[in-house]
Design a protein around this ligand. Sequence first.
Ligand code: GRF
Length: 205
Amino acid sequence: MVLISGAGSNLRALLEAADDPRNGMRILAVGADNPCDGLAHAELFGVPTFVVSPQSFASREAWAEMLLENINFFKPDLTVLAGFMRILPSNFVRALTPKLINTHPSLLPLFPGGHAVRDALVAGATETGVTIHIVDEGVDTGPQIAQERVAIHADDSEHDLHERIKVVERALLVDVVKQIGQHKISLSNIARLHQSTNKDAHGSD
Ligand code: GRF
């Protein structure tokens, strides 16, 4: 299951990977929070789509419940946020984590949030990158699965830098999803390890 909000180039990479039977992955459906361009990729590959817009609901929680109902209908092993630009409320996250992952265009914990590429440029960073992580109840704070670095050039615009990041991001996301499917990455182990590391760091009260 893949959720998107925009152009869907990460989704496209996943659809292409799923098209190769050697990769052993199947995209059951694609969901979005708005009727975005990226849904066309799913349609091209014959994958069902659904849109659940927050505007149609009285609360974020009610919106997320409906989103969850749509996802659960397909009984996915994994839900991938691939450029899904909404913060998901706790009821949604608790229902799916750790089988809920996100791709983020920075080296987290640096530059969380919706303007990660711009923020890295404004901060004068010389490198940034991509992080794939399990989604928890914070914003881009969940246990990390994989990261890759991308150099920032002196004359980079936000668009140029984001495009370069996205090339790396697509490959990393496909690789991570493949490895989860092949049980080479265990999301529950990563989540467990993260929990016990945090407990150690904060004492055992
Ligand atoms: C990606 O860089 C994602 O990490 C970010 O938004 C971008 C989405 O790109 N949150 P696309 O829709 O997959 O082309």
